[in-house]
Design a protein around this ligand. Structure first.
Ligand code: SAM
Length: 255
């Protein structure tokens, strides 16, 4: 996935401590579904490492070799997880695994990177196949806010500006979204500019394509894949999904 290869450099800086308050939530999910745990779109191993440290037996599947390399380096640095965490390169739409899992997670909106219906169904059918009979799948999606997407359309926005703790530089991340409403695709261009004083000392860009889902559309996809939703949460505190929730987190079992 070239999009994430380009993002990998900034990924942990962007998300490690900010924004994502989801780790305890996924620990609860893993406790509900049980071992072993499969994470789809494991990225730099943020959740895989956390769950392994919490005592779970976790396999992460990640498509981007650059993200994977960072994830493997993180796992290698971990102490005391001895064999409980592994990261494999793979495509969640063509899972090549023999094991069955008690918990299958698709966290932090990784499912949005499956743009075509065929690939979405292939991923969900793969989840069903790899789920234990009493296992639970948890898929985190954005609750799409079309008014916000349209208001943002084509505008360059600053998502954050902060100091880099190691380099002492100031990083400004900007993004521009263009939405294709009939295709439910958002095209996002990310830019990271790095400044020392007033002088720009670096700049990186990453284009991203992102498919959004609506609630009942996703329920239909689950049904077509032999999965049954048991609840939908709207946040990482387990709150129920509402029209204005930020997240749309599906819990599904074999149907
Ligand atoms: C937003 S990141 C989430 C990473 C990690 N789960 C976390 O929460 O920090 C989404 C990840 O999904 C990966 N991804 C996208 N499409 C994928 C696919 N078809 N199969 C496996 N991984 C995929 C991307 O490369 C990226 O690393």
């Amino acid at each position: 996935m070239p999009e994430f290869d380009a993002m990998a450099k900034w990924y942990d800086f962007d998300y490690e401590r900010r924004m994502r308050k989801d780790l305890p939530f996924y620990r609860e999910c893993a406790a509900e579904g049980g071992n072993p745990v499969l994470e789809l779109g494991a990225g730099t191993g943020r959740i895989t490492a956390y769950l392994a440290k919490a005592g779970f037996d976790v396999t992460g599947v990640e498509i981007s070799p650059v993200m994977l390399e960072r994830g493997r380096a993180r796992i290698a640095r971990l102490r005391g997880v001895a064999g409980r965490a592994q990261l494999l390169q793979g495509d969640m739409a063509s899972l090549d695994l023999r094991r069955r899992f008690g918990t299958i997670l698709a966290p932090f909106r990784s499912f949005h990177h499956l743009h075509e219906i065929g690939r979405q169904l292939a991923a969900l059918r793969g989840i069903r196949k790899r789920l234990k009979p009493d296992g639970v799948a948890v898929i985190d999606l954005v609750n799409p806010d079309l008014a916000d997407l349209l208001a943002a359309d084509g505008k360059l926005r600053v998502s954050y500006e902060r100091k880099h703790p190691k380099r002492g530089t100031r990083i400004v991340q900007r993004f521009r979204v263009r939405s294709d409403l009939p295709r439910q695709i958002a095209y996002i261009d990310y830019v990271w500019d790095e400044y020392r004083g007033r002088r720009k000392v670096g700049s990186d860009t990453a284009p991203m394509r992102w498919r959004w889902f609506h609630r009942f559309e996703f329920e239909h996809l689950l049904a077509r894949s032999g999965l049954r939703p048991i609840r939908i949460c709207g946040d990482f505190n387990g709150g129920a999904y509402e029209a204005d929730s930020e997240e749309m987190i599906f819990f599904a079992v074999r149907g």
